[in-house]
Unconditional design. Structure first.
Length: 197
């Protein structure tokens, strides 16, 4: 009996060291050497300050900025910083989901001065599953060009050229859809404004 208990304790200690210490250290070392930027959160800096992460949406507001997808998790941020992300988990027959989508579409149409029955991009009215998706579709970005151009005193072709520059192709050419990172696009807009002034 003592022999079995001793073996069990040894096995627990050995596997704790291997899986709890050595493996995490090895993975952390590899990640820091091979993928340092991604391993540290793909943080975006401007003028020496961290302004966000390329992997997390932010709640841009106002007519001067491109807007991200709606978030059921308040973009995963809270007073103490980053908190858990989540979707609403409302099913397609949910009355709350239908109300949210109608309200989002109405607000979007009003902000863009469109008729009440004008079509709007789905990703600007439906929240993402994570609540922190940093990307929108190229169609959703192009939908916002006129509003952003007017608010910034830029021509629509200028803003369209910037949007086109920030369209990312599907991952490895075949996974997912083309997309636009809202944070990076908005930072480029601000930089463009700074150059013009």
């Amino acid at each position: 009996m003592i022999k079995v208990i001793t073996q069990s304790i040894r096995q627990t200690l050995v596997w704790t060291i291997i899986t709890g210490v050595l493996y995490p250290l090895a993975i952390t070392t590899i990640a820091q050497l091979a993928f340092r930027d991604r391993a540290n959160g793909s943080l975006v800096e401007r003028d020496g300050k961290i302004v966000g992460s390329a992997f997390l949406a932010q709640p841009f507001q106002g007519p001067r900025y491109f807007w991200p997808r709606p978030s059921a998790a308040s973009y995963g941020t809270g007073p103490s910083g980053l908190t858990a992300s989540s979707g609403s988990n409302h099913g397609p027959t949910s009355a709350q989901l239908q109300t949210d989508v109608r309200n989002n579409a109405k607000a979007l149409r009003e902000a863009h001065k469109l008729a009440a029955d004008s079509p709007v991009p789905a990703d600007l009215v439906f929240a993402s599953a994570s609540g922190v998706d940093p990307h929108i579709s190229p169609a959703a970005a192009r939908f916002q060009i006129a509003r952003v151009a007017a608010a910034r005193g830029m021509s629509e072709p200028q803003v369209r050229a910037l949007v086109d520059k920030f369209i990312e192709p599907p991952q490895w050419g075949f996974l997912g859809e083309a997309r636009v990172n809202v944070l990076l696009l908005n930072l480029a807009l601000d930089a463009s404004d700074a150059k013009r002034s």
